[in-house]
Design a binder for this molecule. Sequence first.
Ligand SMILES: [Zn+2]
Ligand SMILES: [Zn+2]
Length: 274
Amino acid sequence: MLTDLHMHSFFSFDGKSSAEDMCISAVDKGIGSIAFTEHYDILPTWATPDRVDNRTEYTACDKEAYETILSLKEKYTGKLNIIYSIELGQSHHDLEASHAFIDAHCFDFVLGSIHQTRYGNYSDYYFLDYSKQNIPELMEDYYNENAQLVSSGILDSLGHLDYPIRVMEGFIPYPVELKEYKEAVWEIMKLLVSRNIVLEINTTGLGRWFKRMSPEPWVLELYREAGGKFVTVGSDTHSAEFVGFHSSDAIELAHSMGLKVVASFVNRTITEVV
Ligand SMILES: [Zn+2]
Ligand SMILES: [Zn+2]
């Protein structure tokens, strides 16, 4: 079975397709299981990011999102498994707000990720000017934030480990090799396993400048060495066109490394693997 457990519909501030169009695309492509992981970024209350506040945006439509997903689940029964989910950013920045948000919803799957940190003055990595950044320091901070995120425990899979790479074209060498951060990455892998959180293989990069999935295969090896058994596969697409982007390649990679791919979560628990 092909899976895509990371996608954004109109219910995310930057989504470009309706949830139903994404379901239609998934069925057309033979994808068996998808998760709508809309954006919800946690920031310290005093931080003022220079971007759309997607907490407010999602809060304004979360009832509609839930009802839409429920009706699509029913409509596509037997054709497509649809998982009600969220991409919760930086949960460790405000544990109380994160727990309150998760407790107020009945997500079957929580994808955790880092989009912005104090280091970048709480601006998304997408908006930083890399000619003015100390990149090794920024990456150290990024991995450190990922370790704190995993320690928060408010996630089922860790999304797009090495997200800043997407927007660093011209500022780091190609092909991208991040082995200098091996120690920091190893700590994250151990934390994942100790907290029963899985790692995501994110396929977006195959369509970006760095032309590879994230993370690199040596990270998957470390994950397995730490005791990791499962991964999720996600396209991180914001439009119907790219639902299931390179899902079969990611699943093949996972299997070649001795890892199983999670096909479904119910009530934050793995219920099906491929
Ligand atoms: Zn993300
Ligand atoms: Zn995403």
